[in-house]
Write a protein that binds this ligand. Structure first.
Ligand SMILES: *Cc1c(COP(=O)(O)O)cnc(C)c1O
Length: 446
């Protein structure tokens, strides 16, 4: 990016300077609209995704017996986390009115992260298209037959490739290999060793890069283009991924109804979503705003070193600006969020849907990690803890947002939904490593 343009941007957007200083910010989206709209995507895609997932349920519960209980549905629960709220209020010296609920995607079956929604869906969608195109199956057939050797051999002719910081590769690798596909995962330098080892154990090919996520994706895309039998799952542009994530909102509505959580004018809903390239949080946000409307307020959470979506939305430049352009290094322990350039597709869709974005420092993520272990024995990976800071940032820095949206006197009846995006697959040794970091750093001042 040219210096002149940079200078202009810094003048036009004062918060960009704070971000460049590695300060934590809450940015409010002035393009937000009560009735959000986009012509880039539609709910019809989400309905279709839900139907595809239903068709595969008979196969999924054979392939993954952990899904027997949910009848083949890949879904997570919601959980009250009042104890964590109290601990955070004390630690960060803030009062947070309203109810604290955790969306437990860290415990999603099959791959233990939010990527078990979009990632697995796109593999299934692609598999279904191949089956139909080759006359192997119709939509009316029982998909349980996919667990047989004949179908495994069919999929072995094909390859699925993906670029990832870790969890997307894990989801696609596990699902793809189970069906019989060849799977090639291009992993960025941030990807954790255990994720690469697990993928190799499952039979996937893992290609490692010294560079960051964007390079891994670009290389993967280029290699896949040369192989007509290869489908590239494009984390930066895929509408299928987005649709798979968005299905979460329909399921959430049912969960809220069952647990008597109301969302209306008197009972606002705040949702805090950790954001990397944007697909996961974007899809979920899209679905929630389409279903819950103007009383759902969505905030994206990013590490102070990697606020790609924040700067993309703020400047309207989307993927034409990177965190390196403003002098940040994109180095964070929140590996799932270590993305320097946001998805243009997601950024454009989100323009009128998302309420804002905020940033969090790594040491804060580790503080939150320690508190959750202490009071709830709950382990989430560092990326997932970015969501915990939403209510804190909102109460400390979001007064003007609450006033503008006439929310100040409604906060006692508010629901804060923290989206826990990953963690249940993290091995014990790795958890201990994280806890050691907490002792060295975040908790040392106590
Ligand atoms: C991938 C990921 C996210 C963010 O999803 P994006 O689609 O990259 O924005 C958040 N948390 C965790 C743990 C992830 O793995």
């Amino acid at each position: 990016m040219e210096n002149e343009l940079k200078h202009e941007l810094f003048n036009q957007f004062p918060k960009l300077k704070e971000l460049a200083n590695h300060d934590t910010v809450l940015w409010e989206n002035t393009n937000w609209q009560k009735k959000a709209m986009t012509n880039l995507f539609s709910m019809e895609e989400v309905e279709k995704a839900e139907e595809t997932l239903k068709r595969f349920s008979s196969y999924l519960k054979i392939a993954f017996p952990e899904l027997l209980e949910s009848n083949g549905l890949i879904e997570s629960s919601i959980q009250d986390i009042t104890l964590i709220k109290k601990a955070l209020e004390k630690e960060f010296d803030v009062s947070i009115p309203g109810q604290f609920i955790l969306k437990c995607d860290h415990a999603l079956p099959i791959s233990g992260s939010i990527k078990a929604r979009g990632g697995i869906f796109e593999v299934l969608r692609h598999a279904e298209q191949l089956l139909m195109a080759n006359g192997k199956l119709t939509k009316e057939d029982n998909f349980a037959v996919l667990a047989t050797e004949d179908f495994h051999a069919f999929f072995q002719q094909y390859t699925i490739a993906v670029g990832s910081t870790g969890n997307l590769g894990l989801s696609i690798g596990i699902m793809g290999k189970k069906l019989g596909f060849n799977v090639v995962v291009h992993m960025s330098s941030d990807a954790k060793e255990w994720k690469k080892a697990l993928l190799r154990e499952k039979g996937a090919t893992v290609i490692e890069y010294e560079a960051d996520y964007s390079v891994a994706v670009e290389q993967g895309r280029r290699e896949a283009e040369q192989d007509p039998m290869c489908h590239f799952i494009d984390d930066e542009n895929s509408k299928d991924l987005f649709a798979g994530y968005a299905v979460a909102a329909k399921r959430l509505k049912i969960q809220f109804e069952k647990t008597n959580i109301t969302v209306d004018e008197a009972h606002p809903l705040f949702v805090y979503l950790p954001c990397g390239v944007g697909g996961g949080p974007g899809g979920v946000a899209y679905g929630i705003r389409e279903i819950f409307g103007e009383h759902a307020h969505i905030f994206f959470a990013e590490p102070a070193a990697s606020p790609c979506m924040t700067i993309g939305l703020m400047t309207g430049l989307h993927d034409a600006i990177s965190v390196e352009d403003i002098g940040l290094d994109n180095k964070t322990e929140a590996d799932g969020l270590a993305v320097g350039r946001a998805s243009k597709f997601v950024g454009k869709v989100m323009e009128t849907y998302v309420s804002g974005c905020y940033t969090v420092k790594d040491e804060e993520l580790f503080k939150s990690l320690a508190l959750a272990m202490e009071v709830e024995d709950l382990f989430l990976e560092p990326s997932a803890h970015a969501g915990m800071f939403g209510p804190i940032q909102l109460m400390k820095k979001g007064q003007s947002y609450l006033e503008e949206h006439d929310l100040v006197d409604k906060m006692e009846q508010a629901t804060h939904l923290v989206w826990a995006t990953g963690g249940s697959m993290v091995p014990v040794e790795m958890r201990e490593e994280y806890m050691a970091k907490v002792v060295q750093g975040a908790r040392i001042n106590d």
